[in-house]
Write a protein that binds this ligand. Sequence first.
Ligand code: MN
Length: 430
Amino acid sequence: MIDETHDRNVTSWVAGADIHEDFPVQNLPLGIFSSGGSEPRAGAAIGDYVFDLPHAFALLEPMAEAACNALRGQTSLNAFMSLTAAERRNFRRAVFRVLTDPGFEEEASKSLVAADDCVMRLPIDIRDYTDFYAGIHHARNVGSLLRPENPLLPNYKFIPVGYHGRSSSIRVSGADVTRPRGQIRPNPDEPPVVEPCRRLDYEVELGIWVGGRSALGAPVPISKARDHIAGLSLLNDWSARDIQAWEYQPLGPFLAKNFATTISPWIITAEALEPFRAAPLRRPEGDPAPLEYLVDDADQEAGAYDIRVEVFLRTHEMAKSGDAATLLGSVRATDLYWTPAQMVAHHTVNGCDIAAGDLMGTGTISGAGESEKGSMMELSCGGRREIVLPNGETRTFLEDGDEVTMTGWAERAGFRRIGFGRCGATIKKS
Ligand code: MN
């Protein structure tokens, strides 16, 4: 639903917000922050500031009581994400009004904290994490390294393939990632060894934050799946390719994935993303139609999100010389084979219940082009081809001291561009 909060002509009284590339007042992403040693609490990003929501309750509560109750005293957004979509939208309209109507400026400006003075926390107390594999170009690129004549397995075009990940090791942007150790088998003629991973990789993904709750035993029909998609963040599914290669059969990823996942701290709400919904990837001629429980007219029309995500690398050498990070890949979420609603419908088709606190990764997003690869494994052809960086350094996989940063945004004619902020981490020696 498009409303006044998407009007590109409305301006905010917050200095600099209207020209901010990520956080104009049309975005209003939600997160959990602390400042000056305070208890973590809910905030909304506006320009270079964080709007301290509990601090502004006196202004917000008359317009959005349910949301204020769900945020009061909370150190996570779980209760807020359990609200109905209408209650969440109502809250967005209240915050929008306070930050745009000059009549609120004098009072509300007391609730602004400089973003530089804030420490961002995990926005959600994450109870479950599922990672899908919906990036068909990624699946095909990786598949062709393993099975050149048969890159996509026969189930790929029927099932939104996924695996259950681990929530305990998810961190927000800025937290270092320690290179994992594990069993690897560099020489297939010899037994495996336990060593630091040699083939450490990133995966460019979007994280889907679940809203509401479904009952155990009650599949979410695809027509209702959208109600459970409360927002998105950037997600980096760090992957140890050598550990993965040895462990993944027969039960799939395990220790190759669960040592770390990094997310961007701001939840870009489904309401903010409404103008950027797009038609899903057109299935090539000859592909099977999705099974009925995965088909919905509205989803087929506009169930994808037109979001661009870029991934950058800055090595230790580059940081020492003051060089800027170099772009490794630029991908679009419209290249995903399955929509978020199809993921929700599939996740629950067996009766599995979902609720606020669930995080779902889309799977690595890659595109058809050379510059559209969402992992290093694809860029280096499984480690066979060196990636040459601007300063002459080379990589096939990540080295200690490398910093990987993702940024993302959505733009469309007639609307204000909104962005995701950043999702970055540096690799530490194990
Ligand atoms: Mn992944």
